[in-house]
Design a protein around this ligand. Structure first.
Ligand SMILES: [Zn+2]
Length: 137
């Protein structure tokens, strides 16, 4: 009986340690990605202001304009990703990180490694994609 409790207790400790280790790993991963995105965004901004010099050729201007649209689209994606990373870091802090928001199951470590900002397990993600396809028809 006492031994049983001890094993259970050790199991809980072990699981907590494992979770903490996993969270520390993903926190580092997310922070690195966050820093990367911020420095990319800064580069884009300084690049855009540097390019505003006089361009007499209209075709140069046109290509610069489409370059800028491209850059702005990228920045929009970066901005969204930065927001998602912030949310993921918040979830690490409040203890809901790595739990699927649809079914409440643990999201596999492999999936989190591939996509650390995800809030859905692979099954729910697949179901969501199918539902989106059906709605699109
Ligand atoms: Zn799920």
């Amino acid at each position: 009986m006492i031994l049983g409790y001890k094993v259970l207790y050790l199991g809980v400790i072990y699981r907590a340690m494992l979770t903490k280790k996993k969270l520390t790993y993903f926190k580092k991963l997310l922070n690195e990605r966050f820093e990367e995105l911020l420095s990319e965004a800064n580069k884009t901004v300084s690049g855009m202001t540097a390019h505003k010099e006089n361009l007499p050729d209209p075709s140069d201007r046109a290509s610069l304009e489409s370059d800028r649209n491209f850059t702005l689209r990228i920045r929009d994606r970066e901005r969204k990703l930065i927001g998602k990373i912030r949310e993921a870091l918040d979830r690490i802090e409040n203890g809901s990180y790595g739990i699927c928001e649809e079914c409440g199951e643990d999201i596999s470590a492999e999936r989190l490694k591939a996509r650390p900002v995800t809030t859905l397990c692979i099954d729910c993600k697949k179901r969501q994609e199918i539902e989106e396809k059906v709605k699109g028809l």
